[in-house]
Design a protein around this ligand. Structure first.
Ligand code: ZN
Length: 189
């Protein structure tokens, strides 16, 4: 789904109102340009909404004679939780077994960014990344594991500062074949 670019002027005006409501003086030196900065930063952090998978992968599929498991791990990710609009961040591991086609390594990282740069919950994002890799690679199976820390847990509420959430999504043979899933899990350790 392609969305239009956000209206940064309008967002800045809303942020100015928000600052005032929080008891701040949006006119003081340090804050004068804050609304525009927040608008720019939010536009960037949600740009995944305005990307599409085809364009992101952009045909970077390569023929490969083998059908071994391909793993890319420690892919950094930064996202915003949709419940509090606070960051969550961590690492993602992706594995798949190709059926003659592999995706460029940088494309896997770009797929992660495309789904991370929007308001998310970690579970859904993990699933979306897995489906996207499956769709674009035509793999026989895909596994994705995401470990992330959520500022909404660390800074507020329960203040559990060291807790990390792990989510996984497995499709195709990664779901149906226990051995494949175990191989994936041991390789990403
Ligand atoms: Zn949250």
């Amino acid at each position: 789904m392609k969305r239009k670019e956000p209206n940064e002027k309008r967002i800045a005006a809303l942020v100015r109102e928000l600052l005032a409501e929080l008891g701040e003086d949006p006119g003081r030196d340090g804050l004068v340009k804050t609304p525009e900065r927040v608008a720019k930063s939010l536009a960037f952090l949600t740009r995944g909404y305005r990307q599409n998978l085809r364009a992101v992968v952009n045909g970077a599929r390569f023929e490969s004679g083998t059908n071994h498991m391909v793993i890319l791990k420690d892919i950094e990710l930064y996202s915003l939780c949709e419940h509090h609009m606070l960051p969550f961040f961590g690492k993602c591991a992706i594995g798949y077994i190709s059926q003659g086609k592999v995706l460029g390594v940088s494309k896997l990282a770009r797929i992660v960014d495309m789904y991370a740069r929007r308001l998310q919950i970690q579970e859904r994002m993990t699933e979306e990344i897995a489906r996207a890799v499956m769709e674009e690679s035509g793999a026989e199976g895909v596994g994705v594991v995401v470990c992330a820390k959520h500022l909404c847990m660390m800074m507020r509420g329960v203040e559990k500062q060291n807790s990390e959430m792990t989510t996984s999504a497995v499709l195709g043979t990664f779901r149906s074949d226990e051995k494949v899933r175990q191989e994936f899990l041991s390789l990403i350790k």
